[in-house]
Ligand binder design. Structure first.
Ligand code: UDP
Ligand code: MG
Length: 318
């Protein structure tokens, strides 16, 4: 029988945790009763440097329930790294890992279907939202725009899939070999290969607490997703630069040819405008190149991506 670990990244989730544990426990018990997962399957909460009582709740739940484990990171490293820490830790002693957000916006009801697909031979099963009615109009349109941009940039992603997914132990092990500092998990997982499938569900509203993903974090995730996987922006800027040079050359030739016919008005407005336009374009291009150099800089340093402070598991793992 396969041992399942449900990995849940938590940042200031004190209001959610009791509800989350109750619901996930029901799911585990149901799956165990149906003989689909092992009796020692568990929930692994990853505390991503929370400032509230999150870790306190996790450790007291660990005392109370045999199936609740905790991993406390030494500081806030963000959702993507917290999730990575949890998955890598869980894959050391579990056969299959499902990641889900603490706020239960994703439907735990499809976990059974995920396990069925895993049993049928899939290494990766994506949870895909089939509608976004419960998200705000703003979130919906920005997300749409994001997926479209990613596709245009040639990044392989699963449409409407967040980080609710099942991965086998070997898929997590493969994933852990991607040692990048600009981490965008949703971009890496489709590159792993293996047999994959999707399950579909309706996205719900957050039950308690507030979103830990404000606009700036969302934008930086999107930016990371594009610049960590694609160099097309550089190509676009290069093409644009060449086009502008071509236009300038043609205009210059025209000015020379029609010199003295009265068609060329002498003025400084056009001059100033073109200076500003080209100056701005150059700064933009330099900035963009700088973005990539910045990434090279961060990757080259090869820093550890997170530090584990405490691990409440079954064996002393770390
Ligand atoms: N989260 C985290 N570290 C952070 C921010 C968020 O571990 O720095 C967790 C959070 O606790 C939740 C998940 O990531 O379990 C998704 O966050 P949230 O539900 O707030 O995002 P939204 O659904 O609003 O995009
Ligand atoms: Mg959420």
């Amino acid at each position: 029988m396969n041992r399942l670990a449900i990995v849940v990244p938590c940042y200031n989730e004190e209001e959610m945790l009791p509800i989350t544990t109750r619901e996930l426990t029901d799911v585990l018990e149901d799956l165990q009763k149906k003989g689909k997962i092992a009796e020692d399957s568990y929930i692994l909460y990853v505390d991503d440097g929370s400032k509230d009582a999150t870790w306190h709740i996790i450790s007291s739940q660990h005392e109370e329930f045999a199936h609740v484990q905790g991993l406390k990171l030494a500081g806030n490293v963000g959702h993507q790294f917290a999730l990575t820490a949890g998955m890598i830790s869980a894959a050391k002693n579990a056969d299959v890992v499902i990641s889900i957000d603490a706020d239960l916006q994703d439907d735990t009801g499809v976990m059974e279907e995920m396990i069925d697909k895993f049993d049928a031979g899939c290494d990766i099963v994506y949870g895909v939202r089939n509608d976004r009615k419960k998200d705000s109009l703003f979130k919906r349109t920005t997300a749409q725009l994001f997926y479209k941009t990613m596709a245009a940039m040639g990044v392989k992603t699963i449409y409407n899939h967040a980080d609710f997914r099942l991965m086998s132990r070997r898929a997590v092990e493969s994933f852990s070999q991607y040692q990048e500092s600009n981490l965008y998990i949703r971009g890496i997982v489709p590159m792993l290969g293996y047999q994959t499938d999707c399950v579909y569900y309706e996205r719900k509203e957050r039950v308690a607490g507030s979103s830990k993903y404000p606009l700036n974090k969302m934008l930086s995730l999107a930016w990371n997703g594009i610049t960590s996987f694609s160099v097309r922006p550089i190509n676009y800027v290069t093409t644009l630069g060449m086009l502008i040079v071509a236009v300038a050359v043609i205009a210059g030739i025209y000015a020379l040819v029609s010199f003295g016919t009265g068609h060329v008005v002498q003025g400084w407005t056009s001059l100033i405008l073109s200076v500003w336009f080209l100056g701005g374009l150059q700064i933009f291009a330099i900035g963009l190149v700088g973005q990539y150099i910045g990434k090279i800089y961060l990757e080259v340093k090869h820093r550890p991506r997170y530090q584990v402070e405490t691990y409440l598991g079954d064996e002393e793992e770390k």
